[in-house]
Write a protein that binds this ligand. Structure first.
Ligand SMILES: Cc1cc2nc3c(=O)[nH]c(=O)nc-3n(C[C@H](O)[C@H](O)[C@H](O)COP(=O)(O)O)c2cc1C
Length: 160
């Protein structure tokens, strides 16, 4: 027997951010966001009406790695699972490291009906990892680039 439950309550209470888009990957406004859950709103600072009908590129900025987002496109077109990490930006402009899985959900005809992303802010964890790398090797370029990207942002109210 099929268990009856309120799937929306479950989605809204997940700890990870969830984003669902349509499956059109062509054009500057595509794909379009159809749904984001409460954890996603909390993580990004964008309200639902600022995200729905817009493209996930609203999260991208100066240090977003083009190779990572191009890989996402390639993986989806090849019907593969994407897993990657790059800098994204909250509504406030604050950078954070987005780590996410992205994949298609297929309909009865075997064609993709939605793209889904499970998303997590891993900035805190990576900060600890990069601090350790810098401690071991003060010339570690990946670690210094990490802190440069993080420190370039200053909140509007910050006193210097
Ligand atoms: C379901 C889904 C979620 C996405 N989430 C993000 C995201 O969180 N951050 C991001 O930088 N790009 C995200 N993207 C990728 C962009 O929407 C876009 O597909 C990517 O930038 C590649 O296209 P482009 O090379 O034309 O920019 C997501 C795409 C899909 C389909």
């Amino acid at each position: 027997m099929q268990l009856q439950f309120d799937w929306l309550i479950v989605l809204e209470n997940l700890r990870r951010g969830i984003m669902v888009t349509d499956t059109n990957l062509d054009g500057p406004q595509s794909p379009r966001i159809i749904y984001v859950n409460a954890a996603w709103v909390k993580m990004t600072g964008f309200q639902r009406d600022e995200a729905i009908q817009f493209t996930p590129r609203i999260l991208q900025g100066k240090h977003t790695d083009r190779a990572v987002v191009s890989a996402l496109r390639e993986k989806l077109l090849n019907r593969e699972l994407f897993h990657g990490q790059t800098w994204n930006y909250r509504k406030s402009g604050e950078p954070f490291l987005m780590n996410w899985y992205c994949y298609a959900i297929y309909g009865d005809q075997g064609t993709p009906v939605y793209y889904v992303a499970e998303q997590e802010d891993v900035t805190e964890l990576e900060t600890m990892r990069m601090r350790e790398r810098l401690f071991l090797n003060p010339n570690d370029k990946t670690a210094s680039d990490f802190f440069e990207a993080l420190q370039q942002w200053q909140p509007a109210h910050a006193t210097l």
